[in-house]
Ligand binder design. Structure first.
Ligand code: NAD
Length: 372
């Protein structure tokens, strides 16, 4: 049976551009998708990068002007993996052209921009997806199911962090990630930690932030230096609507840490511990285990953890980072077909952006603030 074709237009061919291509390539092989996915056109500001991406990734066409994708009526989905400050302009143009939009996080430089994007998408009736791929891990789904089933009892506390060290070198160059428009460790990495926290425990209602610029100036790549005003570390105490309290940290100068997207959840009957550095494992502690035998037990990812079995029939053989993107792509494609709600749409992305800004504002005022 032939399926209708969904033509993809990708903007940006860097780290995430390639990861999205892996997602588009494997999702149709792993999931029963309602569409064929066609890599139609790729855009990059660099002609070499655009040409190379078309050749290596299998796009039919390439361009250095992303607006060519928007104006092309053959393209159904615009996929934005360009720097943060460009997300809004690109997404709004795509929405105005009636295209579905897949956009990397953080959704937009400011919550007011994200609001405009979410409103525009809903008014146009197009489907949207923000790239919070860590939520696609079957072990997070397992953790959420255990929390909701009461395996931990009443939830009392939460610790969530996303720490890496790719900005720890003070001689590292100024990048788009340092741009005051959407930059900083809290927006870049803390946004992932916030998305996971809310996925597991529900809405965060109040925050007390502390956002710090540790390296105030970086080489500009032209022999000079540029001032950095965004945070290298963003931390917050948080309170959840369900009564739990905890902390969140986004940190890109955490020496030695490469992918510490971790959380711990503490309840009256048990606890969960997870690290993205070993993301095929979930650790569960139960107070109901017999005295003398209590301790965190390791639950290994396997066919019991949907959709692991679609990738591999054998337990313990492990999923990889690009597999999470394939799961994200599949969720979005099903949503485009109207089969399921969008897994994490622009409205949800706006929610994360609001918390990021409330933490930043709270840090400036050194006072608790409500997330509105
Ligand atoms: P990158 O620098 O590797 O790639 C960005 C690409 O955009 C480059 O190819 C660049 O040439 C291109 N570009 C820049 N301006 C452009 C323009 N005007 N038109 C077309 N292309 C243009 O960056 P990256 O690490 O891939 O990050 C891109 C986005 O993905 C960011 O928003 C970032 O926050 C996000 N990201 C998400 C994750 C995740 O886990 N979800 C991980 C890393 C990055």
């Amino acid at each position: 049976m032939t399926r209708p074709v969904l033509n993809i237009g990708l903007i940006g061919t860097g780290f995430m551009g390639k990861t999205h291509v892996f997602g588009f390539a494997s999702a149709p092989k792993v999931f029963d998708l309602p569409y064929e996915l066609q890599l139609h056109t790729v855009a990059d500001i660099s002609d070499k990068a655009a040409y190379k991406a078309a050749k290596d990734f299998g796009f039919e066409h390439w361009t250095t002007n992303w607006r060519d994708l928007i104006s092309n009526p053959e393209i159904d989905v615009i996929d934005i993996t360009a720097p943060n400050a460009l997300h809004k302009e690109m997404a709004l143009a795509a929405i105005a052209a009636g295209k579905h939009v897949y956009c990397e996080k953080p959704l937009a430089p400011l919550a007011k921009d994200a609001l405009e994007m979410a409103d525009a998408a809903e008014a146009a009736g197009v489907k949207t997806q923000v790239g919070f791929n860590y939520l696609c891990n079957p072990m997070l789904r397992q953790a959420k199911a255990m929390i909701e089933a009461g395996a931990l009892g009443e939830i009392r506390g939460y610790r969530g962090i996303h720490c890496e060290d790719y900005m720890a070198d003070e001689n590292g160059q100024y990048t788009f990630r340092h741009d005051p428009a959407g930059g900083g460790a809290l927006a870049d990495l803390g946004s992932h930690a916030l998305a996971t926290a809310e996925y597991l425990l529900g809405p965060i209602t109040d925050v007390l932030g502390d956002c710090v610029t540790v390296i105030p100036s970086r080489p500009d790549g032209k022999g000079g230096h540029r001032d950095v005003t965004v945070d290298d570390v963003g931390r917050a105490f948080v309170r959840f609507a369900n009564g739990a309290q905890g902390s969140i940290e986004g940190n890109w100068i955490a020496t030695g840490r490469k992918m510490q997207h971790d959380f711990e959840v503490y309840g009256t009957k048990g606890a969960l511990a997870f690290s993205q550095e070993r993301f095929n494992e979930l650790h569960f502690y139960s107070t109901e285990d017999p005295a003398g035998r209590r301790g965190f037990r390791r639950i290994e990812a396997g066919p019991d953890h949907d959709p692991y079995v679609r990738f591999c029939v054998a337990p313990g053989h492990q999923l990889g980072f690009n597999d999470l993107k394939a799961i994200e792509v599949a969720g979005f494609v099903h949503a485009i077909a109207g089969e399921y709600p969008e897994p994490f749409n622009f409205r949800a992305g706006l929610g994360i952006q609001k918390i990021v800004e409330t933490i930043q504002s709270s840090s400036r005022k050194s006072a608790w603030e409500q997330v509105i």
